[in-house]
Design a protein around this ligand. Sequence first.
Ligand SMILES: [Zn+2]
Length: 557
Amino acid sequence: MDASFKHDITKYVLQNAIKYKGKANPGAVIGKLFAEHPHLKENAKELSKEVMKIIGEIAKLPLEKQEEKLKEIAPELLEKKEHEEKDIFAFVGIREGEDVVTAFPPEPSKYPHIGHAKAIILNYELAKRHNGKFILRFEDTNPELAQEEFYKIHIDNYEWLGIKPDKIDHASDHMQEMYGYAEKIIKDNHAYMCSCPQETIKKNRQEGNECGCRMMQPDRNLELWKEMFETKAGKYVMRLKGRMQSPNTTLRDPVMFRVIDEPHPKTKKKYRVWPTYAVMDGIEGVTHRLRTKEFELRNELQRLLQTLCGFKETQIYEFARFNLEGVESSGRIIREKVQKKELLGWDDPSLTTLVALRRRGFLPEAIKSFVISTGITKNESVLTWDDLIMHNRRLLDSGCNRCFFIEDPKEIKIENAPEQDVELKMHPDHAERGVRKFKTHEKFYVAEKDYKEFKDGKLYRLMDCINFKRKKHEFVFDSLEYERYKDHGDKIIHWLPAEKDLVKVEVLMPDGKTRKGLAEHAVDKLKENDIVQFSRFGFCRLDKKEKGKLSFWYTHD
Ligand SMILES: [Zn+2]
């Protein structure tokens, strides 16, 4: 066997061995070799023998030696390990064997977006990396905001992201416990019942003034607390005795419980007294939590409440909130635009809600690697679609097959083009995925955009097919060889043979516009949700398959 092949065998054996802790898989190595040197298939037997021999030799080397050797002969194949394995949670300082319980607490009132994805992924990852427990908890103690449909939407979206909660909890399932803690705080004289009007409470809090209700004895407060369950909304609220002059305004005797008569989506009319600050981290025994920094001011209050209730303190870490530049993230504005039909819905392709990203063709793994790459920092950074797209493209590039889609097809006749059977690879780097076959002769479809740019005398190539020139308003065959194009050619374009079994295709773009054209018959084999790369156009996810027409959503280029 040729020495240059030995080099290639060795490099792929090393790469695969390093990936799988020392021993390479012959099938994987041979696959890579065939992809790079298709003609080796003729000598498959000999090649296989050689591969087995080299696998045996390499397996004798310790892992570090294998890495050293690969770095020497083919450093491009070495995965950037330091980067990937860097422990982004090192700053939390969790000790070996320490119990870790993390949680993510969405309110079931809106569609989760990529910012929620970051928070849930970080909390989930932290728990998983320490054999801990992760709780998905619905913070649903405001019946005016919680809505039935959103419980399932959140669960589905996070499941799609690959999150498997150890427990799905609802704050509304813990009302009796929360009432118990409320009574304890009242008895300990850390809370009081306030009957001041809402406006007065607000004004006093702004100005740092205590009201007369604060002086009441615990016994009387306990009586009024019990009375509150029967009184009409607004008569009493239960307030924490914080510090009225605290510069942190959340500590200025915040309202802890109030009456809301709106029926709750889960518990219906069972409860009327609802907490504003559920002490769920304490009830669930959450040890660590990573959250966005807009909650920072509440940390002191949370710590105080946990102490008063007798809970172990939850370690809280903040990171900056983020969204992609130019993307609408305000739920209120999105809702308005959906109502005015300026957006298709919460899954409009211009949005970063998880439903939108999913429908466009973003993969959960890409979202995960992207949000982790943004780090756990309090510094706001400007992120763009391109930052996210980079992570997705890396995955789609090797995963998706290629296809020809001709936008606004224009038929051309190339005089004297020979009859041919043309085979195109499904994927340039994965020969094992097979080919698409076309019968071609003189008539082709090309995209109108390409058609308009043809100039007399220039040499063009129909990708992997033929070279041709435009002469006046005619097209004439020039040659077959890529080499001739390479030396004299102007542009390679994609094409379709002008025949009947082409498929009508529509592609919805992120700006809401639809692009139309024809695609090769191979797209008929795609299933809904499959993602394909239309050559020279971009990645597209098949959204809807109808007889005679396929509708795609444009992912990105
Ligand atoms: Zn008062």
